[in-house]
Each structure stands twice: as structure tokens, then as C-alpha cells.
Design a protein around this ligand. Structure first.
Ligand code: F6R
Length: 247
């Protein structure tokens, strides 16, 4: 694993964006696996900036997102499709028909998951998968568990996640109870993985995930088995891991 400990959030975002941009330059028709959440927003901003400067081109890029709430339409501002349009796709020359997010409106979970697995396969796999990291070590919506889920599946959101997400909705009752997410094996099948982490509140889980035991109780720990993972974080998030690695 490669670790980059950057001065602050802006430097972290620049570094992560430069890794994505170099993939796009080397392979203009690359498949990018994308994430939502607050951490990658700065990374997407940088990519938009470099697109506007004429440095990168999304014309042939294809994307697959990690996850989507079940039951939210695309135009709901809390859906992950909305997030992606708003933070990246609406601002660059990507063909939206080549951007994929699990279909939150598909009520039949087995069908939604099988369709998404087929889409990922038809693209020939993911060249670079961007990930954020949850406070409990989750990646996508793969929450701590007694086993690693393999492919796209439907998850019941934990009371903690519902509680954490309710601030984005009118009331707790409006928070979706389920989501579709890529599985850990799908994530591990990506040729390269880029994890972004920011803030002191992530320092413990960053150390646990990348220097602790590999266990489904910390889903991100499985990334230690991947041959090409880069973790880019700000100092606050990376401090404890860096201390451990220096010992
Ligand atoms: C996002 C996702 C989540 C987030 C994680 C970290 O698509 O799947 O796993 O990456 O919850 O979120 P932030 O970046 O908001 O701390």
C-alpha cells in the first residue's frame, strides 16, 4: 500500500485528483469507480477545475458508483445520482449514458443487484476505484459484519447510519432504510484503489483499517490484500497510522 500524508484537505484533494487525472491521461477510455460523501468533494472540484483548464477530458470515460439509496429517485437531492451530477457530471464533458449508479428505484433487490453486477462486468471491470472510509471502517455501504459480502447487494442501514444521515432529510422517517452497494469482492477486483480520508475523527479507523488485523468487522481492512492501493489523507486523518508505521 502507498500512503500520502498531505498538509490539509486541499492538498489531499489535489493529490487524489492528480492520481485520477493521470489515469485518465494514460487511458482516456478508463472506467472510474466513484464514491459520494463529504471527503471526495474537493477531489471532484479539482477535476472540474482541470477540465475547465483543458487539462483533462471525460469524453470517453465511463463511471460506476459504489452505492445508492433504495427508493430515492434521481432528482431527490439526497440520492447519490444527484450528488454525482451536482459535484462532477454536470460540469464536465462526460456522456451521462456512460455513468452508472445502482438503480435506487428498482424495488426488486435481486434484480437491481444482478443488473448492476452485469453493468460492471460489461465494462470489463474498474480501472481505478475511489473510496471514502466510514468511521466504523465501512466502504461503500459494506458495514462491519461477520463476513465480507462479495458482489452488489441490498443492505439494511444500521440505526447508527440512519441517525447519522437524518440531518440531510426533513425527518428521520424520510431516511431510506435500505441501500444497494457494490460488495467487497467487486471493490477488490478494481485494478487500482484510491482511498481518501480527512479529519482527526478518522485517525483511529485509518490506523485500524490499514495497520490492524484483516477482519470483516473492519471492512476496509481487506484492502491490505489488494496489490495496488493508495491512501491519500490529510495530516489529521493520517497521524496515527504514520506513527504506527514509523515504529
Ligand atoms: C460513499 C460511500 C461511503 C463513504 C463513507 C465516508 O459513496 O459509499 O462509504 O465513502 O461513509 O463518508 P465521508 O466522506 O462523508 O466521511
Amino acid at each position: 500500500m502507498k500512503f500520502y500524508c498531505m498538509e490539509n484537505y486541499d492538498e489531499m484533494s489535489k493529490k487524489a485528483a492528480s492520481i485520477i487525472a493521470s489515469k485518465m491521461i494514460l487511458k482516456p477510455d478508463c472506467v472510474l469507480g466513484l464514491a459520494t460523501g463529504s471527503t471526495p468533494i474537493g477531489t471532484y472540484k479539482k477535476l472540474v477545475e482541470w477540465y475547465n483548464a483543458g487539462d483533462i477530458d471525460f469524453a470517453q470515460v465511463k463511471t460506476v458508483n459504489l452505492d445508492e439509496y433504495k427508493g430515492l429517485p434521481e432528482d431527490n437531492d439526497q440520492s447519490y445520482r444527484y450528488f454525482m451530477n451536482d459535484n462532477l457530471f454536470n460540469h464536465v464533458n462526460i456522456d451521462k449514458a456512460c455513468t452508472f449508479v445502482p438503480n435506487g428505484l428498482e424495488k426488486d433487490s435481486a434484480k437491481a443487484c444482478a443488473d448492476y453486477n452485469a453493468i460492471i462486468k460489461s465494462m470489463g471491470g474498474v480501472d481505478l476505484q475511489l473510496l471514502g472510509l466510514g468511521h466504523n471502517g465501512h466502504i461503500g455501504f459494506n458495514e462491519p459484519s461477520d463476513h465480507f459480502e462479495k458482489e452488489t447487494h441490498c443492505v439494511n442501514l444500521t440505526p447508527r447510519t440512519i441517525e447519522a444521515n437524518k440531518r440531510f432529510f426533513a425527518s428521520e422517517a424520510d431516511v431510506p432504510r435500505q441501500a444497494y452497494t457494490m460488495g467487497c469482492q467487486t471493490i477488490m477486483n478494481a485494478k487500482s484503489v484510491l482511498v481518501v480520508v480527512s479529519g482527526e475523527d478518522k485517525a483511529d479507523i485509518v490506523a485500524e483499517a490499514f495497520a490492524g488485523p484483516i477482519t470483516p468487522q473492519v471492512p476496509a481492512s481487506i484492502l491490505q490484500m489488494h496489490q495496488d492501493v493508495t491512501v491519500v489523507g490529510d495530516k489529521a486523518a493520517m497521524s496515527k497510522l504514520m506513527d504506527l508505521l514509523a515504529k
